[in-house]
Write a protein of this length. Structure first.
Length: 249
């Protein structure tokens, strides 16, 4: 197809069937990871904070494809996506998980302990402060950074990643040269690209939770990504919009 405007699926039934088909034809996640997702859906009021199992499959594949051994996750929730990163980097890798909520962090840590996962470190608190501290204390840079936290802070997180990963630096940097940035929810049900009434989500979300400052921050983040001379980017119009960047310097 030469067009970039192709409608992916004609209706919800086809979209569901394509999603299920894709999931079944991608490398399976370990059972303890899919079980944790199912538990989260059943028990957590805000289970929509989790990524989908299909997105987890993609992220595990991506981390393995780039040979990531050190991953920083900004926004952990109950630890589902974190388990995926843990699987991707293997037992000799390391995942640093940042979570603002002590309650969610505890749930995640209990799940890790239950499944004998030992390569994840959870840091509780304001991620902006945690990132600043990590930039001077980590033994070596991260290979991949995943952003899935409060949307209003996305531009700040990106600014910090770039600031604390200076080019040609002899000191420790946050993200290595050639390292990957992955950011979730950057299209917000397509509303970032098209908030008009042509988007069926527009009327629904005006009555619910998408805040104007969230949308402004996502617009700013997306512009910062593509306009940075230090990044090569690809915005994947799947899931809830997945922004990918490679730090080229």
């Amino acid at each position: 197809m030469k067009e970039i405007y192709t409608a992916l699926y004609p209706n919800e039934q086809v979209a569901t069937n394509v999603g299920d088909y894709s999931f079944s034809h991608s490398t399976k996640l370990p059972k303890h990871i899919t079980d944790h997702h199912a538990w989260g859906v059943e028990t957590q009021e805000r289970s929509n904070y989790m990524i989908s199992p299909l997105q987890a499959q993609f992220q595990v594949w991506l981390a393995k494809a780039v040979g990531a051994k050190r991953v920083l996750e900004i926004g952990t929730f109950i630890g589902f996506s974190t388990m995926g990163w843990s699987e991707a980097v293997s037992t000799n890798g390391h995942v640093t998980a940042l979570e603002f909520s002590p309650e969610y962090a505890q749930i995640a840590e209990e799940a890790f302990a239950k499944n004998s996962i030992t390569n994840i470190e959870v840091i509780v608190g304001d991620a902006r402060e945690s990132i600043k501290k990590l930039s001077t204390t980590i033994p070596q840079p991260y290979d991949l950074i995943f952003i899935d936290a409060d949307k209003t802070s996305y531009p700040t997180y990106l600014s910090q990643i770039l600031e604390y990963s200076p080019p040609n630096s002899t000191s420790v940097r946050l993200l290595r040269q050639g390292g990957i940035i992955v950011a979730d929810n950057i299209l917000r049900r397509g509303l970032v690209a098209d908030p008009s009434d042509a988007n069926p989500q527009a009327a629904k979300e005006r009555e619910r939770t998408w805040r104007a400052d969230d949308m402004d921050a996502l617009h700013k983040f997306n512009d910062m990504m593509v306009e940075s001379a230090r990044l090569e980017t690809f915005l994947m119009p799947m899931f809830d919009g997945l922004g990918c960047g490679r730090l080229v310097d």
